[in-house]
Design a protein around this ligand. Structure first.
Ligand SMILES: *Cc1c(COP(=O)(O)O)cnc(C)c1O
Length: 235
């Protein structure tokens, strides 16, 4: 973890490959998102030069100082933090994905913002689910996901495509984390069938401490910061 950016990236990619093999999965089903929150523009540029294309940010402010400077490169930006609906207007033109939709109001505002922005035609959206039930986490309760999705689809919001579910594991508890990941997968598959949503095929789960576990449980998007960039400074 104290290696160079290039060494860290190679190590993470290698481990993803290994974990996919152990799980009997095709590694191409798994996309690595480099979580660049709090990192400098130079660090993102260095990683992009190494061939990394997907990046994740958790605040609009932090992202807005970097993304426009990197616009010439074909990078894909994922918003992975909690977003207040009044900030939905900041997403179009910057992000192609959002992993943290958890209210109808936010969905409505995102859709409006997308519709009135010329740069983006479509935003890929995941619903954030608080599977472990910890109070500190945002996201929908698992039992609320289907009723929520039904209401969402009834709204027929333009410019948003519903792509799957996201969750955060339980820090330091492997068993609970595995259960949470497997519950998320079951929920995603069941939503996909029940609502006939062919494209609802993404599972965003797994961070530096648990991405291998997440891959074993079916993750298609893993969000890795520390293992690539090193320890973040406390803000
Ligand atoms: C910070 C963050 C990550 C990355 O965490 P690391 O432990 O540094 O890999 C992943 N997902 C979310 C939602 C985050 O906020």
């Amino acid at each position: 973890m104290s290696g160079s950016l290039a060494e860290n990236l190679t190590a993470v990619r290698h481990r993803i490959q290994q974990c996919a093999e152990v799980a009997g999965r095709d590694v191409h089903e798994i996309q690595l998102i480099a979580v660049s929150k709090t990192r400098s523009l130079e660090e993102v540029q260095a990683l992009a030069a190494l061939g990394q294309t997907a990046f994740g940010e958790n605040t609009v402010q932090d992202a807005m100082t970097k993304i426009p400077q990197l616009n010439s490169q074909a990078l894909q930006w994922h918003f992975i933090g909690h977003l207040q609906s009044k900030k939905a207007g900041k997403i179009p033109g910057y992000f192609q994905w959002i992993h943290s939709v958890d209210s109808l109001k936010l969905a409505q505002k995102l859709s409006n913002a997308m519709a009135s922005n010329s740069k983006n035609s479509n935003l890929h959206c995941l619903l954030q689910v608080n599977v472990s039930g910890e109070n500190s986490k945002s996201g929908l309760k698992p039992e609320a996901v289907k009723p929520f999705l039904r209401e969402l689809l009834d709204l027929q919001l333009p410019c948003l495509s519903w792509r799957g579910l996201m969750t955060i594991g339980v820090r330091g508890d492997e068993l609970q984390t595995r259960q949470a990941f497997s519950q998320l997968r079951e929920l995603q598959q069941s939503c996909r069938e029940e609502f006939s949503l062919a494209a609802f095929d993404q599972l965003s789960m797994g961070m530096s401490g648990d991405y291998c576990l997440a891959i074993e449980e079916g993750a298609t998007l893993v969000r890795v910061g520390t293992s690539i960039f090193g320890q973040r400074e406390q803000l």
